[in-house]
Ligand binder design. Structure first.
Ligand SMILES: [Zn+2]
Ligand SMILES: [Zn+2]
Ligand SMILES: [Zn+2]
Length: 332
């Protein structure tokens, strides 16, 4: 892994996402192996490298990855040019047609409608020679069958198969591969890196506390918060901060943080304040929105928990305001 490259190219890709209005959607490109490209203006090898950078930025949490589309892929050659169609369940021919069925109540006979001859007054049942006159009273239409013009088989459910238009491999529908295509959206960490002019270095890159908990280290979280305050000052965007006192029991804390992470959006971030307090930053959320969320969270968390939404003045000093908030009364 060459770190020089890691911290050079991804930054340019991050700027590309910013220039696309903060969200990069894939564009349909029929000649492309994947059917979609995120960088239509670049040669395919450059676009491939940029795609890797995009994935790196998402894995390092600078971008949120959002589902866009799912493609069927040929397992033999990887092409998305797969023609999906119905085929005969016996001989696999695609020369099949649906056939309407009739069901004669009196004798229970079911067969294609064309085998019930018409005598001018109604259809005649080929089995019992009774007359079918009134739909719903003496017969009904139980649905469709398929008939194969190649082997003359008759079947209810045709098989689904994919014909690859690149390599001509035929694959049963349930054995086709699938590939998910994503959009990429700038998040608060990505915006912080952009205003910082660079990605965070290795040491800073250990953004989260260990053990798989989605808690940002204090210095990282303060950086994100400062950045959100800057945006609020400049553009008047709303954001909210919640301060929460931990139960002081490791197992309970673990459970609580898990529950919290499930209830939060991708764009919300959990950060460390001190040993027994966590902060939750909610971009694009006003105070009443944060209070509604907190109420729901506390109701689901059960037990005695202290937490409150902190009123922050984006023009004021962040550290001072956090210290002052410690004196604020806790809502439980
Ligand atoms: Zn193929
Ligand atoms: Zn057939
Ligand atoms: Zn009959």
């Amino acid at each position: 892994m060459t770190t020089d490259n890691k911290y050079g190219e991804p930054m340019l890709v991050l700027q590309q996402v910013q220039q696309s209005g903060g969200q990069l959607h894939p564009e349909w490109q029929v000649g492309h192996t994947d059917g979609y490209t995120h960088f239509p203006q670049f040669e395919s090898d450059v676009a491939g490298q940029m795609m890797q950078d995009l994935e790196y930025l998402a894995s390092a949490d600078y971008l949120d990855k959002l589902f866009f589309d799912r493609l069927s892929i040929c397992p033999a050659c990887g092409s998305h040019h797969v023609n999906v169609r119905e085929a005969c369940s016996s001989c696999k021919s695609t020369h099949i047609s649906p056939v309407a069925l009739l069901h004669h109540f009196r004798c229970g006979y079911v067969a294609p409608a064309e085998t019930f001859a018409h005598d001018g007054k109604g259809r005649i049942c080929p089995k019992c020679h009774g007359r079918l006159t009134d739909l719903g009273t003496d017969h009904d239409v139980p649905g469709e069958n398929f008939t194969c013009h190649n082997c003359h088989a008759s079947f209810q459910v045709p098989e689904v198969e994919g014909l690859c238009m690149s390599c001509l491999t035929r694959t049963p529908g349930d054995q086709l591969l699938h590939k998910d295509i994503h959009s990429y959206r700038l998040n608060s960490l990505g915006m912080a890196a952009l205003s910082n002019g660079r990605l965070f270095d290795q040491e800073e890159a250990q953004l989260l506390e260990g053990e798989g908990r989605p808690i940002y280290r204090r210095h990282v979280f303060m950086f994100l918060l400062e950045d959100e305050m800057r945006r609020a000052r400049r553009y008047g965007t709303a954001f909210s901060l919640i301060m929460l006192r931990l139960p002081g029991d490791d197992a309970k804390t673990e459970e609580l943080v898990f529950h919290m992470a499930v209830m939060l959006r991708n764009s919300d971030k959990i950060g460390r304040h001190d040993n027994d307090r966590l902060m939750i930053m909610m971009p694009a959320t006003d105070r009443s929105g944060a209070e509604i969320w907190l109420k729901r969270f506390l109701a689901g968390a059960g037990g005695e928990l202290q937490a409150s939404v902190i009123a922050l003045d984006p023009a004021g000093d962040l550290e001072k305001q956090l210290t002052a908030s410690e004196a604020q009364s806790w809502s439980t």
